[in-house]
Design a protein around this ligand. Structure first.
Ligand SMILES: [Zn+2]
Length: 237
């Protein structure tokens, strides 16, 4: 299998890509949740032709990569006041801010209650909510990793170290040493989408690249991954 790696320039942006050659008639470009751009090309396609195609599709690729910007126009900026909705595990919850004796965030009966000790302060609500999302992410991601790993157990991999960190253009990544990093904002997506991102990264424990073997493995452990990927792209509005 031949792998070609390169970078194209589009405006001020650089887009790195991996290309694979196979017995096929057309070129196909895919963007993964870990920010990788993968081209499948017919055997013998020259590098120039691949890069020309990538340049033509660059706007789409950037849109896929920059998911925050992709969703931003549809998302009114949150004000952190009662009445607006916030996402958690793919569902929308109405925010209710009130005063009480102790600061807290609680999700009960479809309502996200934020209790403040002082008078209304959107800044404070924002911080409390962000801490809450992070704590939920830590718990839920851990459960999901364990569940996803069960499908890959036959490969003999043990649970990777899990880190949660904001990343600008990716949902997840896997370091060469096998540390799995997940974006805390992923906790806003439905669970099956979270598990898709995790499973994609876990498959990199076996294959670092996005070649045919990688897809075969992903397909085997998660046959509906494409559906989940698509759902993720539409989820965070
Ligand atoms: Zn990947």
């Amino acid at each position: 299998m031949t792998i070609l790696k390169g970078t194209i320039r589009y405006g001020r942006q650089e887009i790195g890509y991996e290309a694979f050659f196979a017995q096929r008639k057309t070129m196909e470009i895919a963007v993964h949740p870990d920010g990788s751009v993968v081209v499948k090309a017919p055997l013998g396609t020259p590098k120039e032709a691949i890069e020309e195609r990538l340049c033509k599709r660059a706007r789409w690729v950037i849109k896929q990569l920059d998911f925050f910007r992709q969703f931003a126009p549809k998302t009114p900026p949150r004000q952190y006041v009662s009445g607006e909705t916030h996402l958690y595990l793919g569902r929308r919850y109405r925010l209710k801010v009130h005063q009480g004796e102790k600061e807290s965030v609680k999700l009960t009966r479809g309502i996200l209650y934020v209790t403040l000790v002082s008078a209304d302060s959107p800044e404070k609500v924002k911080r409390l909510l962000s801490d809450w999302y992070r704590a939920r992410a830590e718990e839920k991601f851990k459960e999901s990793v364990t569940r996803c790993l069960a499908n890959l157990r036959k490969l003999g991999y043990s649970e990777p170290e899990l880190k949660i960190r904001h990343m600008k253009t990716r949902w997840g990544s896997l370091s060469p040493r096998g540390t799995l990093t997940l974006n805390p904002d992923l906790i806003k997506a439905p669970r099956d989408c979270i598990e898709y991102v995790i499973t994609h990264e876990l498959c990199h424990l076996k294959y670092k690249h996005h070649g045919p073997e990688f897809y075969q493995l992903l397909e085997r452990v998660m046959p509906d991954w494409q559906k989940r990927k698509h759902k993720l792209e539409l989820a965070l509005i």
